[in-house]
Design a protein. Structure first.
Length: 114
């Protein structure tokens, strides 16, 4: 490897490092938030798991029949996911969704157990 090629590689590597440092500095809160705020996970695995069912449905059936069906499916998945995270009984939560959706929604937002 000649000197000119080596110098070009070094310049490219330095530019990449410099860009990485700038991104880390610009997104400090997003990257290091889990160190400074208790309860913030260091990864986004839960968010990815929450989206997995939507992707699975899309792969199996291709798509939803209408936007309304997609919204309803997302609402039901959201209730199930939130109920699990709050250690609620899933059947009771789903029954509550059918019987009194507004009250269940308010209690899920408040985090009160049913």
């Amino acid at each position: 490897m000649n000197v000119e090629t080596r110098s070009l590689l070094n310049a490219t590597a330095l530019a990449s490092v410099r860009l990485l440092l700038i991104r880390l500095e610009d997104r400090y809160e997003e990257i290091m938030g889990f160190f400074e705020h208790e309860g913030v996970p260091f990864d986004n695995n839960q968010a990815e798991r929450d989206l997995r069912m939507m992707k699975t449905h899309e792969k199996i059936s291709g798509t939803f029949r209408s936007e309304e069906h997609a919204v309803l499916f997302a609402d039901i998945r959201s209730v199930i996911s939130t109920a699990r995270k709050q250690s609620r009984n899933l059947l009771v939560s789903l029954a509550g969704m059918l019987q009194a959706p507004r009250e269940l929604g308010d209690s899920l937002v408040d985090g009160a157990k049913s």
